[in-house]
Design a protein around this ligand. Structure first.
Ligand code: PEP
Length: 251
């Protein structure tokens, strides 16, 4: 049995006061952390205080990207080493917005995934197709190639701990969700790709999230599918009540 993981991606939203208030309210909620992993991926400015605010609770904190080098002259960047030092546990890699606006590529995602493990961070590796690629029936090929490139050179142990987020680009922030069956088919294709490359134990262990306009109204059906082990959530993770509903669906 794979434990569901529900991760909120706050993107570039919230002030520090709002972030802290969210964390204080969230950790008071009755969520069974043995049944679901709850992660908030926040802007780097808030990570330190969110780690402090959620210490000892069911909530873990993640970053939204990182640099692959430990340190250096990379103005504006944050390293895995620095994230680990703060007590951050997860990092989103290759989100489609990072790929589109900030030049993250399969190759850099792979370097970052390796650096994440060197710093005890669990990578949430995002993959997904454009609408045009879906319409040309290229989804499974595109997504499988992204996954293989991103995980190249990771050890089996690292792969078992990795999280893949299948996020069709046309469904992110648009209100359009893939049907649960379509999302499950792509997640299954990802698992089969991993099975072919790395065998059964790895394929059966790796957790695959769906992301793209997930909300309390559609999460139950998505999570009922065999190959969907959680969700990466933007908009619906910004309010405590809707995020808690998502966690309850996973628990
Ligand atoms: C995301 O940011 O990864 C995402 C899926 O956003 P939303 O849930 O708002 O579509």
């Amino acid at each position: 049995m794979r434990k569901p993981v529900i991760a909120g991606n706050w993107k570039m939203y919230k002030t520090l006061a709002e972030a802290k208030e969210f964390a204080l309210q969230l950790k008071e909620q009755q969520v069974d952390g043995t049944k679901v992993d709850a992660v908030i991926c926040a802007p780097p400015l808030f990570l330190d205080q969110l780690v402090e605010a959620t210490k000892g609770s069911f909530v873990s904190i993640g970053a939204q990207t990182m640099h692959e080098e430990k340190e250096g002259a990379y103005t504006g960047e944050v390293s895995g080493h620095q994230l680990q030092d703060l007590g951050v546990e997860y990092v989103v890699l290759g989100h489609s917005e990072r790929r589109q606006y900030f030049n993250e590529t399969d190759e850099s995602v792979n370097k970052k995934a390796k650096a994440a493990f060197e710093n005890n961070l669990t990578p949430i590796i995002c993959v997904g197709e454009t609408l045009e690629q879906r319409e040309q029936n290229e989804t499974e090929t595109i997504v499988s190639n992204q996954v293989m490139a991103a995980i190249e050179g990771l050890t089996e142990e690292q792969l078992i701990q990795s999280i893949i987020a299948y996020e069709p680009i046309w469904a992110i922030g648009t209100g359009k969700t893939a049907t649960a069956d379509d999302a499950n088919d792509v997640c299954q294709a990802i698992r089969e790709t991993i099975l072919d490359g790395y065998g059964e134990e790895v394929a059966n262990s790796v957790r695959i999230q769906y992301g793209g306009s997930v909300k309390p109204e559609n999460i139950v059906e998505l999570l009922s599918k065999e190959h969907i082990d959680g969700a990466l959530v933007g908009g619906a993770s910004l309010q405590v009540d809707s995020f808690v509903k998502l966690l309850e669906a996973g628990a």
